[in-house]
Design a protein around this ligand. Structure first.
Ligand code: ZN
Length: 140
């Protein structure tokens, strides 16, 4: 192989190695927001946001990811999304239901969030779920 051909091959390989991650970064930059725990796209109706004093807010694709991420971190203000209306509410005021409905096939999350108790009870009755109360409440 001629020296110039080898140099050209080396340069095109180098361009691929440097260029592909850059392309990936640019492609993701304009895409949907992604979960801070597992990088999955965040569906707005299941979004959980954790606000800290010390850092930018972190967004998650489901209750389960936010819980795992918060496990070894200081307490923070957690905002969840009411599945019935899409409204953002404090996790302290939310009703949580664990049901047979999986919100995300990858994470397997089955915890649902509602602002109104009636919506939580309706979901629990329809999909064989339980309202999570006391120590079973997530994100507290
Ligand atoms: Zn996630």
């Amino acid at each position: 192989m001629r020296r110039q051909t080898r140099a050209a091959l080396f340069l095109s390989g180098l361009a691929l190695v440097v260029g592909l991650p850059l392309l990936g970064f640019w492609a993701r930059r304009d895409g949907p927001p992604r979960c801070a725990f597992d990088g999955l796209p965040i569906e707005p109706v299941y979004r959980v946001t954790v606000h800290h004093d010390f850092d930018e807010p972190h967004e998650f694709c489901c209750v389960q990811c936010a819980e795992r991420w918060l496990k070894h971190r200081p307490r923070a203000l957690v905002v969840v999304t009411d599945e019935a209306t899409g409204q953002q509410i404090s996790a302290m005021l939310a009703w949580f239901v664990r049901s047979s409905v999986v919100t995300n096939r990858v994470t397997g999350n089955r915890v649902h969030v509602f602002q109104e108790r009636a919506d939580a009870e309706r979901h629990a009755a329809k999909f064989g779920g339980d309202i999570l109360e006391g120590a079973a409440r997530p994100l507290q």
